[in-house]
Design a protein. Structure first.
Length: 303
């Protein structure tokens, strides 16, 4: 039997009460996780591979410091022009039996990336990509979509664009630990920042977001450096481990070791479901993650 290295991650302060309640109540039925998609946006730089991180207020299952992402929405089922692997191909890549569910995750990934960063993986045909995302019209579209006042598929159709699904790469599937009050079943994807497209925070909603060198963040992960830079009351004095979920930290660590974005994307990953387990160790509650050598998004198998 192969052995899989185990790591323990600190709980964020805002999850400690839920963890204690979970243990005190004994065996309980966990909340059903909501399907979600999240995108590791990448670019190469003089200091190595970088990824776009953003701050989330509240108690998001994706972490206070996270990649762009969010829940699937009903409009993700609406018709869109589609370029790249078919939903059936995506179902195989994601380890799903339902091509329609795979399609939802892909649409949600592109939509959430557009809402939160402005980057739009779409073009008029299978070989062309939107050249520029600058201007007030694009920001107004993002604000409307994020507020549920505008439809992402309708935006694409109106501008004669289709999804460039070939520009996404599947990474891993993580489920939030059972004890959490809010849970996601998240499909993580990766994409390289398109030439000519800039990242920006959503007007009126974004608080902090920036490109971060993976090597630097991995090196200082046990310090409060990033949390202090974000400068919010619920980030100051906390380490990256306390600010994000294990999946994100593991992906940053893997990206830090890669020789650029292409090398990172070329890494083969298993199609498996990963989920941290809440355990008590040395008198405190921690998240146990097993299998950290199989993929950057590795965790408890078979859950």
């Amino acid at each position: 039997m192969p052995s899989f290295p185990t790591r323990y991650f600190q709980l964020p302060p805002w999850q400690e009460a839920a963890a204690q309640s979970w243990f005190e109540r004994g065996e309980t039925t966990p909340r059903k996780p909501r399907p979600a998609s999240s995108v590791l946006l990448l670019r190469d730089s003089r200091v190595g591979a970088e990824t776009f991180l953003r701050y989330r207020s509240g108690e998001s299952p994706l972490g206070k410091i996270a990649f762009p992402g969010g829940s699937l929405e009903p409009t993700d089922d609406d018709p869109v022009a589609w370029y790249g692997p078919s939903p059936s191909d995506w179902a195989k890549a994601l380890g799903l039996d339902d091509p329609q569910q795979a399609r939802r995750h892909v649409v949600a990934a592109v939509r959430e990336l557009f809402e939160e960063t402005g980057v739009l993986l779409a073009g008029p045909d299978s070989s062309t990509l939107l050249e520029s995302n600058r201007g007030p019209d694009w920001m107004a579209a993002r604000v409307g979509i994020a507020a549920g006042e505008k439809s992402f598929p309708e935006l694409l159709a109106r501008r004669g664009l289709g999804l460039r699904t070939d520009l996404l790469r599947p990474l891993s599937n993580w489920r939030t630990a059972d004890f959490a009050l809010r849970r996601f079943d998240t499909r993580y994807f990766a994409a390289v920042q398109p030439i000519g497209q800039d990242t920006s925070l959503l007007e009126g909603k974004g608080i902090w977001g920036q490109w971060c060198a993976a090597a630097r963040e991995a090196e200082r992960a046990n310090t409060t450096g990033l949390g202090d830079e974000v400068g919010q009351p619920d980030t100051i004095g906390l380490t990256l481990e306390q600010l994000t979920v294990p999946a994100v930290l593991l992906m940053i660590e893997k990206l830090a070791k890669a020789r650029g974005c292409i090398a990172y994307l070329a890494h083969r990953r298993p199609t498996a479901v990963y989920q941290p387990e809440l355990v008590e160790a040395d008198g405190k509650y921690v998240l146990q993650v097993t299998g950290t050598d199989t993929a950057e998004g590795s965790g408890q198998r078979g859950r």
